[in-house]
Design a protein. Structure first.
Length: 621
């Protein structure tokens, strides 16, 4: 009997070796990021990964375990295991593909492959291919082939091909069967401890790359797929609901409801341009980068600049909702996956539509992507122009029409638009794979050069757009608002997913409708994308109580702060300090002033309560 159990043991050993190999490749790919980390700490990754690896292996072993128990209880003597090789080969190929995808997802997103990434690939394959086009294809294919080949070799020598059973009494066979089922349950659960297994069981280091490496890739993907469907449970409960509400409420209490009026009129046309990946690091004014955005840097000295603004998240879907609806990000979740909730959010377009504004939305890509269309069409945009409304002969990339085409279409359409109007334009050219209709300013030697070139191109499109718009009769009565959808690790490549600088973006109010005394003015209080709604509507003297998360950046009495979140964490900052926190590892990742413990605790409480309250509202929508 015990000899037959070696079959299961060898199955476990094989998959633990596979996960070891996958993890080793991951660490080797990102070894430059670990140059200053002690080797002993890096090697500890493999030890701390065991719990999740065993859990995932136990899931995989359920099929052969059930077969083993059936044969064992039925009194079989010998069982051939050809089918097990086929079972393993299918899993090897599938998991190897997932592993290679994970290598590239981590490079772009700073997190492991999850249900959002897979859903993105399934629902919008063309956009997924475009997004992945900047990945190192040769290296990816080589790693895929290597991982599959090594795994098949290991399987040949490790996994059993035949089981031989001894003669045992029925009661003993039944007892062993129950014991095996119980042991599998414990391995899946992560042991006998009070709480079941979570990703945090693999976390052990202040170096987030090691924590991510320790988390089993397939286990994480499976858990995120389950979590995507669990929109009725708040995973971010840190405080009693009343305390969380009070902590958030005190952030929005102002001494006086006042506004610094920077506009000559309270009924201008409004054009809101949301610029793809236009991180502050691209500019000379905010990022000390010369020559990438010369025109936008010039604009920043001719308008009203908010120079300490932070994106609410790290993806376009999050930035779009933050900018247009004033709704913060949800950590690992995204409200765009639930159109029925999405339509309940307020929106700038709806507020202005009710005040008689004509509304339109322009995007060169597919508006169905990430449910953009569901939001646009449910929030009083009267006209939607996307990829399908352009001629096939016009310039386009894999994502859609190039920025110059979209800007020109909007400008021409606005010539016949009844005033006042509110028009939104979402750019896309500054998105991977960073392709251009012509030769790039900085070449295409690597992704940094390509990214700088597409940013330079978008900058030139904005300049041409404004120069042409100045000739139109609606220009003098138009407020232009420019904001990025999110930040980016490029071009500097030294900001982790949890670093505030990665979320630093420009926010610029520009146009002839700005009073002379405010031209060139900079407002330097910390703020967020979500504050655009309250700030704009206050300038137009339109009440905005429905935008509960948005604050007026031009109210001198507004408390300055910003919140952002990513898949595994959240952050909070004000004018004096920032703290970023990992929700899985339950640890502070960055703290700009660790010596001030009282302020640190306060910032941490605000970060936790904010995320808890936002997610709770999402559930209740």
């Amino acid at each position: 009997m015990f000899k037959s159990l070696i079959f299961l043991l060898r199955f476990y050993i094989f998959w633990l070796l596979f996960f070891f190999l996958d993890r080793l490749m991951f660490l080797l790919i990102y070894h430059k990021k670990l140059a200053m980390v002690p080797l002993s700490e890096t090697m500890a990754t493999f030890y701390h990964a065991i719990t999740l690896d065993l859990s995932m292996t136990a899931y995989l072993a359920l099929v052969p375990l059930l077969g083993y128990i059936y044969w064992f209880l039925s009194g079989r003597k010998v069982v051939e295991l050809k089918w097990l090789s086929i079972y393993n080969i299918v899993l090897i190929v599938l998991f190897s593909i997932i592993s290679v995808i994970n290598f590239n997802i981590y490079r772009e997103w700073g997190s492991k492959v999850n249900a959002k990434a897979i859903g993105f690939a399934i629902s919008t394959p063309n956009e997924a291919l475009a997004s992945s086009a900047s990945s190192p294809i040769g290296l990816s294919l080589a790693l895929l082939i290597l991982l599959i080949a090594l795994s098949l070799f290991m399987q040949r020598w490790v996994v059993s091909r035949k089981i031989t059973f001894g003669t045992n009494p029925v009661w003993l066979r039944a007892a062993v069967a129950l014991l095996l089922i119980a042991l599998s349950f414990l391995l899946i659960r992560g042991g006998l401890r009070g709480s079941p297994i979570t990703q945090s069981m693999a976390y052990f280091s202040k170096e987030q790359l090691l924590n991510q490496a320790a988390v089993n890739t397939e286990w994480n993907l499976m858990r995120s797929a389950l979590s995507e469907r669990m929109s009725s449970t708040n995973p971010y409960i840190y405080f009693d609901p009343k305390k969380a509400e009070q902590l958030v409420k005190e952030l929005y209490v102002t001494e006086k409801d006042s506004t610094t009026h920077i506009l000559k009129t309270n009924r201008p046309n409004v054009v809101l341009v949301i610029i793809e990946s236009f991180t502050a690091d691209l500019t000379k004014t905010l990022g000390n980068e010369t020559g990438i955005t010369p025109h936008f840097d010039s604009l920043m000295n001719k308008g009203v600049l908010f120079d300490r603004i932070y994106a609410s998240g790290n993806r376009t879907d999050k930035g779009l909702i933050a900018s247009l609806a004033g709704f913060p990000t949800l950590g690992a979740g995204s409200i765009v996956k639930w159109p029925e909730k999405l339509q309940k959010l307020p929106a700038i377009s709806s507020s202005l539509f009710r005040m008689g504004y004509n509304t339109s939305f322009y995007y060169g890509g597919e508006s169905e992507f990430d449910n953009y269309k569901a939001f646009i069409l449910s929030h009083d945009y009267q006209r939607l122009i996307d990829r399908n409304n352009f001629k096939g002969s016009e310039l386009q990339s894999t994502w859609g029409k190039y920025d110059e085409v979209v800007f020109d279409r909007q400008r021409k359409d606005l010539n016949s638009e009844k005033q006042p109007f509110f028009s939104t334009l979402l750019t896309l050219s500054n998105h991977e794979p960073y392709t251009l209709p012509g030769k790039g300013k900085f070449g295409n030697g690597d992704n940094v050069a390509k990214f700088k070139s597409t940013a330079y191109y978008t900058d030139s499109c904005i300049n041409a757009y404004l120069n042409n718009a100045k000739k139109e009769n609606w220009y003098k009565n138009t407020l232009f608002i420019f904001v990025a959808d999110h930040g980016h690790p490029l071009p500097k490549q030294d900001h982790e997913i949890y670093s505030p600088q990665r979320y630093h973006i420009p926010l610029l109010f520009y146009g002839d409708v700005i009073k002379e005394e405010f031209i060139g003015k900079k407002f330097s209080n910390v703020g967020s994308q979500i504050d655009i709604a309250a700030t704009l509507l206050a300038q137009l003297q339109i009440p905005s109580p429905e935008f509960v998360w948005s604050k007026n950046l031009l109210n001198p009495y507004t408390k300055p702060f910003a919140y952002f979140s990513w898949d595994n964490g959240t952050a909070f900052m004000d004018n004096t300090q920032y703290v970023t926190f990992d929700n899985v590892g339950k640890m502070i990742l960055e703290n700009s002033n660790p010596k001030d413990k009282a302020k640190t605790d306060q910032q941490l409480d605000h970060a936790k309560s904010y995320l808890q309250k936002v997610y709770q509202q999402f559930i209740e929508l």
